[in-house]
Design a protein around this ligand. Structure first.
Ligand SMILES: *Cc1c(COP(=O)(O)O)cnc(C)c1O
Length: 390
């Protein structure tokens, strides 16, 4: 399996407690989850929302992105940031990535994409590996742009003493089922700005000045609507799961990092495969394990993986190649295109056994060598043993 969730009795008990309590949305659990997330990341404010997509939408809206504005961003990303840019009537301007084995937005390409209409810049930490924040922050400061981090792959990852998601105006996180921690669906925005946080809280719930919880607590009896907003609220059940997941996060990421090292060790000896960001040894969240293979061989390798019971994926196709984005690329994106033709995402989650990693590497090695091998029986046994250990 490409990814898997780590939940057990603690999440179940937290859910049961919320149901017994009977307050189901936007109450003490959400508040406590926001506080814990903000504290863990050293941010002044955290705003819990219903998804990572909602987080991106609110962050862009609160930054004032609107019709005609341009938002520079990578084309190798999940489509959410681009979709939310378009939803606001703004134009996603795609800048190329740094290198085919480094799928992070290139600051030089960002420079070339600037126009007088550029309003914001999205830094996406692909796979949990940090984008070039120093350079991107400098560009944002020089040109008065809002820097928004798509940190959906990168919770609790500290670069130069600061968590990813806290380097710019706002940082967006997702707790979808395949992320490093999950609330099933869910998201969070971090910001140091009280003004932005207030704006996002307002837009989260229809621009209303008081929530049902405020009124329940006797803090308010009426409300005004100050802005045209949305329903992006998080519920108490998800927040309760999220609070438990936060206590697991460090352990889960450590396991992901050690499996990443295992992949790197095994694949470094295999000709024709390059692990994406292999030479990077700084802090990262080990969300994805992506490799590059020769373009002409990818389909064959993906097929060999499927036949061996190994699920693979692609993070991501080049957004400007999607039907809804055809013709949207203003700049040439040769490196993004090459990445999208050569990358394969391999299974990586905390429940994976080292023996499974080895088995995946063997299948890839054999597929590249043109032979088809079967997973040895001993591997299946060792997988069972290791699962019991971790
Ligand atoms: C998951 C994800 C999103 C969207 O998050 P949802 O919670 O699924 O809406 C956005 N950007 C990236 C990079 C993601 O991985």
């Amino acid at each position: 399996m490409l990814s898997d969730v780590a939940v057990d009795d603690f999440e179940l008990r937290a859910l049961a407690a919320v149901l017994e309590e009977g307050w189901l949305s936007m109450g003490p659990q959400v508040q406590a989850f926001e506080e814990a997330f903000a504290q863990m990341h050293g941010a002044a404010h955290a705003v819990a929302v219903s998804s990572g997509t909602a987080a991106l939408h609110l962050a862009l809206a609160a930054a004032g992105v609107g019709p005609g504005d341009e938002v520079i961003q990578p084309a190798i990303n999940f489509v959410a940031a681009a979709n939310m840019t378009r939803t606001l009537g703004a134009v996603p301007v795609f800048a190329d990535i740094t290198a085919v084995d480094r799928p992070l937005i290139s600051p030089q390409a960002v420079q070339r994409a600037l126009t007088p209409r550029t309003k914001a810049l999205i830094a996406f930490h692909h796979g949990g590996y940090p984008a070039d924040l120093a350079a991107l922050k400098a560009i944002a400061a020089e040109h008065g742009l809002s820097l928004i981090e798509d940190a959906c792959h990168a919770p609790a990852t500290f670069v130069e003493g600061r968590a990813l998601g806290t380097h710019g105006a706002a940082g967006c996180f997702s707790f979808f089922a395949n992320k490093n921690i999950t609330t099933a669906e869910g998201g969070m925005i971090l910001t140091h700005s009280a003004e932005l946080a207030g704006r996002m809280r307002l837009l989260r719930s229809h621009g209303m000045t008081a929530t049902t919880w405020d009124r329940h607590q006797g803090h308010a009896s009426a409300y005004d609507v100050e802005a045209i907003g949305f329903n992006y609220r998080m519920d108490e059940l998800r927040a309760a799961i999220g609070r438990v997941q936060l206590t697991r996060l460090a352990g889960l990421q450590e396991r992901r990092r050690s499996l990443t090292e295992c992949y790197r060790r095994h694949l470094s000896a295999v000709p024709g495969v390059d692990v994406v960001l292999e030479s990077y040894n700084g802090p990262h969240a080990a969300h994805l394990l992506a490799v590059l293979v020769p373009a002409g061989q990818r389909d064959r390798i993906v097929r060999a993986c499927r036949q061996g019971g190994i699920q693979t994926s692609l993070h991501y196709p080049c957004i400007s190649d999607f039907t809804a984005y055809r013709g949207a690329a203003r700049c040439e994106l040769p490196i993004s295109r090459e990445f999208a033709q050569r990358a394969i995402t391999l299974p990586l989650h905390a429940g994976l056994a080292q023996a499974e990693v080895e088995a995946v590497c063997t299948v890839i090695e054999q597929a590249l060598a043109g032979t088809s091998g079967r997973r040895p029986k001993s591997v299946a046994r060792r997988m069972e043993q290791e699962r019991a250990l971790c």
